[in-house]
Design a protein around this ligand. Structure first.
Ligand SMILES: *Cc1c(COP(=O)(O)O)cnc(C)c1O
Length: 191
């Protein structure tokens, strides 16, 4: 990863993704930290995207942050269980037309069920165009980035806003050890 990433050791990927999504929401600068979300008619409905194969920790984060399951839109996958970026693009366009505010997408490098790898580069391009936060869940397969011959599988993750990698999986460290990489620690702090 480029030097522009800052990192911190966390306990679990579940808590890391929770905080990444909190930071993505904080970056909207809608006063949610101070005023919360309840009873506010000045807030649009927020939308976050992940594939059908994403880890359940994303659902848990959405629940914990008070966004509700309606805010999580699951994107379909191809025959190899990878997120379909065209479907993501369409979903974002449709949501915007329907008054949602898309604010975050989660791409997975190494899904828990099948180790499928979302096309992060395509997803990153969509996120940049739409100005939405990209969180990469590489909890499972992230350590493979240390192998030069596996690097191509990670193409695009250097454009993420936040990434999680779990040493407590393929690096065989004791429970719990997750690494949270991100670009803007100040947003994390304010979240
Ligand atoms: C295991 C896993 C998680 C959750 O990791 P914890 O550290 O147990 O919270 C998240 N995402 C993926 C892809 C995983 O495989």
């Amino acid at each position: 990863l480029p030097d522009t990433f800052w990192s911190i050791t966390y306990d679990t990927a579940s808590v890391t993704s929770l905080h990444a999504i909190a930071a993505a929401r904080e970056q909207l600068d809608m006063g949610i930290r101070q005023h919360g979300m309840v009873g506010r008619d000045d807030l649009p409905k927020l939308r976050i995207y992940a594939s059908q194969e994403a880890h359940s920790s994303i659902e848990k984060a959405v629940l914990t942050l008070g966004l509700g399951m309606d805010s999580l839109r699951k994107i379909g996958v191809d025959d190899s269980f990878r997120m379909d970026p065209d479907a993501l693009q369409e979903a974002i366009e449709q949501d915007k037309a329907d008054g949602w505010l898309p604010f975050c997408a989660v791409a997975t490098i190494g899904t828990t069920s099948t180790t499928s790898i979302d096309p992060v580069q395509d997803i990153a391009a969509i996120c940049r165009r739409q100005s939405i936060w990209l969180h990469v869940d590489a909890a499972y397969a992230g350590p493979a980035a240390m192998l030069p011959e596996k690097r191509p599988l990670f193409e695009g993750w250097q454009q993420a806003d936040s990434i999680v990698v779990n040493p407590h999986k393929w690096l065989f460290t004791n429970f719990d050890c997750s690494i949270f990489y991100m670009r803007s620690p100040s947003i994390l702090a304010s979240a």
